[in-house]
Write a protein of this length. Structure first.
Length: 329
Protein backbone atom coordinates (compact mmCIF):
# COMPACT_ATOMS: atom_id res chain seq x y z
CA UNK A 1 0.00 0.00 0.00
CA UNK A 2 1.35 3.40 -1.00
CA UNK A 3 0.21 6.24 1.25
CA UNK A 4 -0.19 9.62 -0.44
CA UNK A 5 0.03 12.72 1.70
CA UNK A 6 -0.91 15.33 0.88
CA UNK A 7 -3.28 14.58 -1.99
CA UNK A 8 -4.32 16.96 -4.73
CA UNK A 9 -7.96 17.70 -5.36
CA UNK A 10 -7.98 16.14 -8.83
CA UNK A 11 -7.10 12.74 -7.31
CA UNK A 12 -9.76 13.25 -4.63
CA UNK A 13 -12.47 14.22 -7.14
CA UNK A 14 -11.74 11.20 -9.34
CA UNK A 15 -12.08 8.78 -6.43
CA UNK A 16 -15.24 10.51 -5.17
CA UNK A 17 -16.84 10.24 -8.62
CA UNK A 18 -16.02 6.54 -8.95
CA UNK A 19 -16.91 5.46 -5.42
CA UNK A 20 -20.52 4.30 -5.33
CA UNK A 21 -20.91 5.08 -1.60
CA UNK A 22 -19.22 8.50 -1.55
CA UNK A 23 -21.51 11.29 -0.34
CA UNK A 24 -21.14 15.06 -0.51
CA UNK A 25 -19.47 14.87 2.90
CA UNK A 26 -16.64 12.87 1.31
CA UNK A 27 -15.84 15.52 -1.31
CA UNK A 28 -13.42 18.46 -1.16
CA UNK A 29 -16.43 20.78 -1.00
CA UNK A 30 -17.33 19.72 2.54
CA UNK A 31 -13.73 20.38 3.57
CA UNK A 32 -13.93 23.80 1.88
CA UNK A 33 -17.12 24.69 3.74
CA UNK A 34 -15.38 23.87 7.03
CA UNK A 35 -12.17 25.76 6.33
CA UNK A 36 -13.77 28.83 4.75
CA UNK A 37 -16.41 29.12 7.45
CA UNK A 38 -13.96 28.79 10.33
CA UNK A 39 -10.61 30.16 9.11
CA UNK A 40 -7.71 29.08 11.28
CA UNK A 41 -9.71 26.38 13.07
CA UNK A 42 -9.08 23.40 10.78
CA UNK A 43 -6.21 22.01 8.75
CA UNK A 44 -6.81 19.60 5.90
CA UNK A 45 -4.85 16.42 6.63
CA UNK A 46 -6.76 14.14 4.25
CA UNK A 47 -4.60 11.42 2.75
CA UNK A 48 -4.82 8.98 -0.12
CA UNK A 49 -3.57 5.51 -0.86
CA UNK A 50 -2.95 3.25 -3.83
CA UNK A 51 -3.52 -0.39 -2.93
CA UNK A 52 -1.57 -3.31 -4.44
CA UNK A 53 -4.64 -4.03 -6.59
CA UNK A 54 -4.46 -0.52 -8.07
CA UNK A 55 -7.55 0.64 -6.18
CA UNK A 56 -7.30 4.29 -5.15
CA UNK A 57 -8.45 5.50 -1.74
CA UNK A 58 -9.12 8.88 -0.13
CA UNK A 59 -9.57 9.33 3.62
CA UNK A 60 -11.16 12.77 4.28
CA UNK A 61 -9.67 14.15 7.48
CA UNK A 62 -9.59 17.49 9.28
CA UNK A 63 -7.26 18.42 12.10
CA UNK A 64 -8.33 20.88 14.75
CA UNK A 65 -5.65 23.55 15.07
CA UNK A 66 -4.15 23.46 18.57
CA UNK A 67 -0.96 24.70 20.16
CA UNK A 68 0.29 21.29 21.31
CA UNK A 69 1.77 18.80 18.82
CA UNK A 70 -0.80 16.02 19.36
CA UNK A 71 -3.55 15.82 16.74
CA UNK A 72 -7.35 16.10 17.14
CA UNK A 73 -8.82 14.55 13.98
CA UNK A 74 -12.32 14.44 12.49
CA UNK A 75 -13.78 12.46 9.61
CA UNK A 76 -15.74 14.45 8.72
CA UNK A 77 -16.65 18.05 9.59
CA UNK A 78 -19.56 18.44 12.04
CA UNK A 79 -19.63 14.69 12.65
CA UNK A 80 -21.14 14.00 9.25
CA UNK A 81 -20.63 10.74 7.40
CA UNK A 82 -16.94 9.87 7.34
CA UNK A 83 -14.44 7.12 6.73
CA UNK A 84 -12.55 6.39 3.54
CA UNK A 85 -13.87 6.21 -0.01
CA UNK A 86 -12.37 4.01 -2.74
CA UNK A 87 -12.82 3.34 -6.43
CA UNK A 88 -12.72 -0.43 -5.91
CA UNK A 89 -12.76 -3.15 -3.24
CA UNK A 90 -10.77 -2.78 -0.01
CA UNK A 91 -9.89 -5.82 2.10
CA UNK A 92 -10.31 -5.92 5.88
CA UNK A 93 -6.55 -5.79 6.42
CA UNK A 94 -6.21 -2.82 4.05
CA UNK A 95 -9.05 -1.02 5.85
CA UNK A 96 -7.29 -1.55 9.17
CA UNK A 97 -4.05 -0.08 7.81
CA UNK A 98 -5.95 2.98 6.56
CA UNK A 99 -7.48 3.59 9.97
CA UNK A 100 -4.15 2.97 11.67
CA UNK A 101 -2.73 5.73 9.48
CA UNK A 102 -5.29 8.08 11.09
CA UNK A 103 -4.60 6.76 14.58
CA UNK A 104 -0.82 7.08 14.71
CA UNK A 105 1.32 7.94 17.70
CA UNK A 106 0.81 11.70 17.17
CA UNK A 107 -2.99 11.38 17.28
CA UNK A 108 -4.53 12.36 20.60
CA UNK A 109 -8.08 11.63 19.50
CA UNK A 110 -9.88 10.80 16.26
CA UNK A 111 -13.62 10.91 15.60
CA UNK A 112 -15.44 9.34 12.69
CA UNK A 113 -19.09 8.65 11.92
CA UNK A 114 -20.35 5.67 9.93
CA UNK A 115 -21.41 6.23 6.34
CA UNK A 116 -24.86 4.58 5.97
CA UNK A 117 -24.27 4.09 2.23
CA UNK A 118 -20.96 2.25 2.70
CA UNK A 119 -20.23 -1.33 3.80
CA UNK A 120 -20.27 -1.72 7.61
CA UNK A 121 -17.08 -0.91 9.47
CA UNK A 122 -14.92 -4.02 9.53
CA UNK A 123 -14.72 -5.87 12.90
CA UNK A 124 -10.93 -5.54 13.00
CA UNK A 125 -11.28 -1.75 12.63
CA UNK A 126 -13.94 -1.63 15.34
CA UNK A 127 -11.45 -3.12 17.82
CA UNK A 128 -9.26 -0.06 17.24
CA UNK A 129 -12.08 2.36 18.11
CA UNK A 130 -14.64 2.95 20.83
CA UNK A 131 -18.34 3.70 20.14
CA UNK A 132 -19.44 7.12 21.39
CA UNK A 133 -23.13 6.94 20.48
CA UNK A 134 -25.48 5.44 17.93
CA UNK A 135 -28.42 6.99 16.13
CA UNK A 136 -30.42 6.38 12.96
CA UNK A 137 -29.91 8.13 9.65
CA UNK A 138 -33.25 8.60 7.87
CA UNK A 139 -33.04 7.69 4.20
CA UNK A 140 -35.91 7.62 1.72
CA UNK A 141 -35.40 5.51 -1.44
CA UNK A 142 -36.51 7.38 -4.56
CA UNK A 143 -38.09 4.62 -6.64
CA UNK A 144 -40.80 5.26 -9.21
CA UNK A 145 -42.54 8.62 -9.48
CA UNK A 146 -43.47 11.05 -6.70
CA UNK A 147 -46.89 9.47 -6.26
CA UNK A 148 -45.24 6.13 -5.53
CA UNK A 149 -42.73 7.69 -3.13
CA UNK A 150 -45.53 9.47 -1.27
CA UNK A 151 -47.23 6.13 -0.61
CA UNK A 152 -44.54 5.63 2.05
CA UNK A 153 -45.60 8.78 3.92
CA UNK A 154 -47.30 8.44 7.31
CA UNK A 155 -49.23 10.51 9.84
CA UNK A 156 -50.80 13.00 7.46
CA UNK A 157 -47.65 14.07 5.59
CA UNK A 158 -49.49 14.04 2.26
CA UNK A 159 -52.33 16.10 3.75
CA UNK A 160 -49.84 18.64 5.17
CA UNK A 161 -48.09 18.89 1.82
CA UNK A 162 -51.28 19.47 -0.15
CA UNK A 163 -52.58 21.92 2.45
CA UNK A 164 -49.38 23.96 2.20
CA UNK A 165 -49.62 24.06 -1.58
CA UNK A 166 -53.24 25.22 -1.40
CA UNK A 167 -52.15 28.01 0.95
CA UNK A 168 -49.70 29.21 -1.66
CA UNK A 169 -46.35 27.94 -0.36
CA UNK A 170 -43.75 28.13 -3.12
CA UNK A 171 -40.28 26.58 -3.21
CA UNK A 172 -37.24 27.66 -5.22
CA UNK A 173 -33.47 27.92 -4.98
CA UNK A 174 -32.00 31.02 -3.29
CA UNK A 175 -30.66 33.48 -5.85
CA UNK A 176 -28.65 36.04 -3.90
CA UNK A 177 -26.67 36.69 -0.75
CA UNK A 178 -29.56 38.86 0.46
CA UNK A 179 -31.88 35.85 0.24
CA UNK A 180 -29.37 33.82 2.23
CA UNK A 181 -29.52 36.55 4.88
CA UNK A 182 -33.30 36.25 5.00
CA UNK A 183 -32.98 32.49 5.41
CA UNK A 184 -30.43 32.99 8.17
CA UNK A 185 -32.88 35.32 9.94
CA UNK A 186 -35.48 32.52 9.91
CA UNK A 187 -32.86 30.22 11.42
CA UNK A 188 -32.05 32.62 14.25
CA UNK A 189 -35.78 32.99 14.93
CA UNK A 190 -36.01 29.20 15.16
CA UNK A 191 -33.06 29.11 17.59
CA UNK A 192 -34.91 31.55 19.84
CA UNK A 193 -38.11 29.51 19.52
CA UNK A 194 -36.21 26.38 20.54
CA UNK A 195 -35.14 28.13 23.73
CA UNK A 196 -31.44 28.06 22.94
CA UNK A 197 -28.85 30.66 23.92
CA UNK A 198 -28.03 33.54 21.57
CA UNK A 199 -24.65 32.03 20.68
CA UNK A 200 -26.13 28.63 19.82
CA UNK A 201 -25.73 27.21 16.34
CA UNK A 202 -23.90 28.32 13.24
CA UNK A 203 -22.59 31.82 12.51
CA UNK A 204 -23.66 33.92 9.55
CA UNK A 205 -20.17 33.60 8.06
CA UNK A 206 -20.80 29.91 7.43
CA UNK A 207 -23.94 30.61 5.40
CA UNK A 208 -22.10 33.33 3.54
CA UNK A 209 -19.35 30.92 2.50
CA UNK A 210 -21.93 28.29 1.51
CA UNK A 211 -23.52 30.90 -0.75
CA UNK A 212 -20.20 31.65 -2.48
CA UNK A 213 -19.45 27.96 -2.94
CA UNK A 214 -22.97 27.38 -4.30
CA UNK A 215 -22.21 29.90 -7.04
CA UNK A 216 -19.14 27.88 -8.02
CA UNK A 217 -20.89 24.49 -7.68
CA UNK A 218 -24.62 25.07 -8.26
CA UNK A 219 -25.38 21.41 -8.98
CA UNK A 220 -23.87 20.21 -5.70
CA UNK A 221 -24.99 22.94 -3.27
CA UNK A 222 -28.51 24.36 -3.23
CA UNK A 223 -30.30 26.35 -0.57
CA UNK A 224 -34.01 25.99 -1.21
CA UNK A 225 -36.35 28.69 0.04
CA UNK A 226 -39.97 28.31 1.10
CA UNK A 227 -41.98 31.45 0.35
CA UNK A 228 -45.42 32.57 1.50
CA UNK A 229 -46.93 35.58 -0.24
CA UNK A 230 -43.48 36.45 -1.54
CA UNK A 231 -41.89 36.39 1.93
CA UNK A 232 -39.07 34.00 2.77
CA UNK A 233 -40.55 31.74 5.42
CA UNK A 234 -37.61 29.37 5.80
CA UNK A 235 -35.19 27.22 3.89
CA UNK A 236 -33.35 23.96 3.44
CA UNK A 237 -29.71 23.34 2.53
CA UNK A 238 -29.45 20.32 0.22
CA UNK A 239 -26.13 18.77 -0.80
CA UNK A 240 -25.87 16.53 -3.85
CA UNK A 241 -23.39 13.86 -4.83
CA UNK A 242 -23.57 10.67 -6.87
CA UNK A 243 -26.95 9.04 -6.19
CA UNK A 244 -27.78 10.93 -3.01
CA UNK A 245 -29.51 14.24 -2.25
CA UNK A 246 -28.80 15.01 1.40
CA UNK A 247 -30.47 17.57 3.66
CA UNK A 248 -28.04 19.14 6.10
CA UNK A 249 -29.74 22.22 7.53
CA UNK A 250 -33.23 23.67 7.63
CA UNK A 251 -35.49 26.00 9.57
CA UNK A 252 -38.67 28.03 9.32
CA UNK A 253 -39.79 31.28 10.93
CA UNK A 254 -42.45 30.83 13.59
CA UNK A 255 -44.86 33.15 11.76
CA UNK A 256 -45.18 30.65 8.90
CA UNK A 257 -45.31 27.28 10.65
CA UNK A 258 -49.08 27.04 10.15
CA UNK A 259 -48.49 26.88 6.38
CA UNK A 260 -46.61 23.56 6.68
CA UNK A 261 -43.66 25.16 4.94
CA UNK A 262 -41.13 22.53 6.04
CA UNK A 263 -43.18 19.65 4.68
CA UNK A 264 -43.84 21.44 1.39
CA UNK A 265 -40.16 22.32 1.09
CA UNK A 266 -38.97 18.79 1.74
CA UNK A 267 -41.41 17.19 -0.69
CA UNK A 268 -40.64 19.70 -3.45
CA UNK A 269 -36.88 19.21 -3.01
CA UNK A 270 -37.57 15.48 -3.10
CA UNK A 271 -39.61 15.85 -6.30
CA UNK A 272 -36.79 17.67 -8.10
CA UNK A 273 -34.22 15.12 -6.89
CA UNK A 274 -36.43 12.34 -8.22
CA UNK A 275 -36.75 14.07 -11.60
CA UNK A 276 -32.97 14.48 -11.78
CA UNK A 277 -32.34 10.78 -11.22
CA UNK A 278 -31.19 10.68 -7.60
CA UNK A 279 -31.87 7.33 -5.93
CA UNK A 280 -31.81 8.39 -2.29
CA UNK A 281 -33.19 11.33 -0.33
CA UNK A 282 -31.19 11.59 2.87
CA UNK A 283 -32.84 13.33 5.82
CA UNK A 284 -29.59 12.75 7.72
CA UNK A 285 -29.22 12.13 11.45
CA UNK A 286 -31.02 14.09 14.15
CA UNK A 287 -28.66 14.45 17.14
CA UNK A 288 -31.16 12.19 18.94
CA UNK A 289 -33.70 15.04 19.15
CA UNK A 290 -37.08 13.39 19.58
CA UNK A 291 -39.18 15.92 17.66
CA UNK A 292 -36.81 15.94 14.70
CA UNK A 293 -36.70 12.15 14.61
CA UNK A 294 -40.49 11.89 14.69
CA UNK A 295 -40.79 14.38 11.82
CA UNK A 296 -38.47 12.31 9.64
CA UNK A 297 -40.17 9.04 10.53
CA UNK A 298 -43.42 10.40 9.08
CA UNK A 299 -41.95 10.25 5.58
CA UNK A 300 -41.59 6.48 5.83
CA UNK A 301 -37.80 6.58 5.72
CA UNK A 302 -35.50 3.64 6.12
CA UNK A 303 -33.61 3.92 9.39
CA UNK A 304 -29.96 2.99 9.04
CA UNK A 305 -28.06 2.99 12.30
CA UNK A 306 -24.79 4.89 12.33
CA UNK A 307 -22.21 5.00 15.08
CA UNK A 308 -19.85 7.76 16.00
CA UNK A 309 -16.50 6.17 16.80
CA UNK A 310 -13.57 7.52 18.74
CA UNK A 311 -9.92 6.59 18.93
CA UNK A 312 -7.83 7.78 21.85
CA UNK A 313 -4.21 6.95 22.56
CA UNK A 314 -4.23 4.16 25.19
CA UNK A 315 -1.48 5.74 27.28
CA UNK A 316 -3.30 9.07 27.29
CA UNK A 317 -6.54 7.39 28.28
CA UNK A 318 -4.76 5.71 31.20
CA UNK A 319 -3.24 9.04 32.21
CA UNK A 320 -6.65 10.71 32.15
CA UNK A 321 -8.18 7.95 34.25
CA UNK A 322 -5.39 8.34 36.79
CA UNK A 323 -5.83 12.13 36.82
CA UNK A 324 -9.57 11.99 37.52
CA UNK A 325 -9.07 9.31 40.17
CA UNK A 326 -6.49 11.45 41.98
CA UNK A 327 -8.61 14.58 41.61
CA UNK A 328 -11.62 12.79 43.10
CA UNK A 329 -9.71 12.26 46.33
Amino acid sequence: MKILTPIDDSFWWEVARRCRYATFYHTPLWRDIARRSFPGRYRDVSFGAILPSGVRVVFPLLQSERLIPLRWLYSTFENCYGGFIADGPVTDDEALRLYQQSCGHTTYTFYTTDNPFAPPLMPNVQTLLQPVYREPAYILPLAGDLKQVMKRFKHGRVTCYRSGLRQGVQVRVARSLAEYRAYYASYRDAVERWGEADDYGYPWEMFEQIYYLSQEHPEQIKTWLMLVNGQIAGGRLALYWNECASLWHGSAHRDFLRYNVMTVGDVEIMRVALEQGYRYFDFNTSSLKKGVMEYKQRFGCEQREVTMWRFQQPWLRSLQQWYWKVKKY
